[in-house]
Write a new protein. Sequence first.
Length: 187
Amino acid sequence: MYDNVALPGGSSKAIREIGSGGLYVAIVDAPIPGSGYTVRWDATESLPTQEVGKLVDSSGLRGVDFRFFLVQQRVTSSKAFDWDHLALLWQEYLAQEDWISWRPHPPRKTLQWEKDGVARLKALGAPAFLGAGYGEKQAKLSGEVEFGARFVLPPSTTLKEATEVLSRVAVIGSRMAQHATQPQGRL
């Protein structure tokens, strides 16, 4: 997927090992100029990393997991994440994408400011599942905070089909990164 994704102008791609090893994620980033944020789409096998070594045939596959994130970079905390900008990007670019079957699971947050952020999304009319992602702990580990939403393609999805979907959403991400309104919040 990484080798064949069609990369929109201004975007970059990466491949990264995730979890405790054995799974890789293909990433397409579209930096938002001058903001310290990027729009990220990534795709990986929807399989817990602890199950990778146990998989001997395709019977255990769950599908291809796609995630959309607004990523705040070079931070040490999730406190200043721009939840309003995440809601704006959702409303302007993703709400009308009815071909995407978003996972309806609401995000679970433990820190009050992240709970407040998810409540803010709802107050702005975003769906209850928007806000999934990685906050305070991730900021301390990698210097990034990433919140958004996800969907999973069925296990019968071919590599070509998954690559086409990643290329398609990468174009949406590139357009999002060029939105006239800039995200706020830096720590």
